[in-house]
Design a protein around this ligand. Structure first.
Ligand code: HEC
Ligand code: HEC
Length: 234
């Protein structure tokens, strides 16, 4: 029973080889087909909005998988479902080839969180107090980035979180043959949102999803730290 199943999967995989080899989309066709995506995902896939993911330099195989997932409903995306509903497999491959060929822009860190929103109180702070608050906020941000760096490279043994580097690469470039996504230069706010969605199974209902298994062990501080760190990777 098991043997024949394996034989079946192997021959199925072989049968599928030619279609994988042909799966390279047409960059030029992809550019015109992606015109309607620009509103949210920006020129050349570099979105300016922190909750709209950048698509530039993303691995094509991963992009196609996500478009298919929005289309078949296995990834929820209220804004995306209607955008991909009428795309054919060929359209998706062309669009993915176009975005993969673009360069991703780099980010700057969000402004320091100085807790000085209240103008009245603010004016009562002395210059020294302001300076001290700034130093404290800077130290907090540095600590966050250090934690992010550490989890990315080494994982978190205590909480059994695998090192991200194993699948997303030393430079956050992902893994093309395996269709693991590139992460470098992605917006921190989107990363926080999507990791939280993996954790709570909003992004995928598949409980075997690798990222669900990983994200469910991360608390919100760790998610924030890793997201800030990744957003600054170049
Ligand atoms: C109205 C805004 C909007 C438009 C237009 C739009 N998208 Fe999106 N797209 C989003 C949002 C928001 C997300 C993130 C969804 C989430 O949070 O899971 C997203 C996510 C994606 C992702 C997943 C990226 C990742 O890193 O996982 C792909 C791929 C994508 N969009 C492709 C497209 C394509 C192709 C088009 C044009 C045909 C398009 N989008 C048009 C808003 C938009
Ligand atoms: C065993 C391999 C593996 C490891 C280890 C791993 N990932 Fe992933 N990651 C994936 C795969 C596969 C996907 C695509 C999941 C999907 O399509 O639903 C993904 C997707 C993601 C995404 C979504 C990207 C996007 O554009 O929407 C983020 C963010 C992410 N991973 C962050 C991390 C972080 C942070 C770590 C380390 C704490 C990590 N990953 C460890 C395999 C891995």
């Amino acid at each position: 029973m098991k043997k024949s199943l394996i034989a079946f999967s192997v021959s199925f995989a072989l049968l599928n080889m030619p279609s994988i080899a042909q799966a390279m989309g047409d960059v030029e066709a992809g550019q015109s087909k992606s015109a309607s995506c620009t509103n949210c995902h920006g020129e050349e896939g570099n979105s300016m909005m922190p909750l709209f993911p950048k698509l530039a330099a993303q691995n094509a195989g991963y992009l196609v998988k996500q478009m298919q997932a929005f289309k078949d409903g296995s990834r929820s995306g209220p804004m995306m479902a209607s955008m991909v509903a009428s795309l054919s497999d060929e359209d998706m491959q062309d669009i993915a080839a176009y975005y993969q060929a673009q360069a991703v822009t780099s980010n700057s860190l969000p402004p320091l969180d100085l807790d000085d929103d209240d103008d009245d109180e603010d004016s009562e702070l002395t210059a020294e107090q302001k300076e001290a608050a700034k130093t404290a906020a800077q130290e907090q941000q540095d600590a966050l980035l250090t934690t992010g760096y550490d989890v990315y490279r080494n994982g978190d043994l205590e909480n059994e979180i695998s090192a991200c580097i194993a699948c997303h690469g030393p430079y956050g470039e992902g893994n093309k043959p395996a269709s693991f996504p590139a992460l470098k230069g992605q917006h921190a706010d989107y990363l926080i949102k999507t990791l939280t969605d993996f954790k709570s199974s909003v992004r995928t209902k598949n409980s075997d999803n690798m990222m669900h298994m990983i994200a469910k062990k991360m608390d919100s501080e760790e998610i924030k730290a890793i997201s800030y760190y990744i957003s600054m990777m170049k």
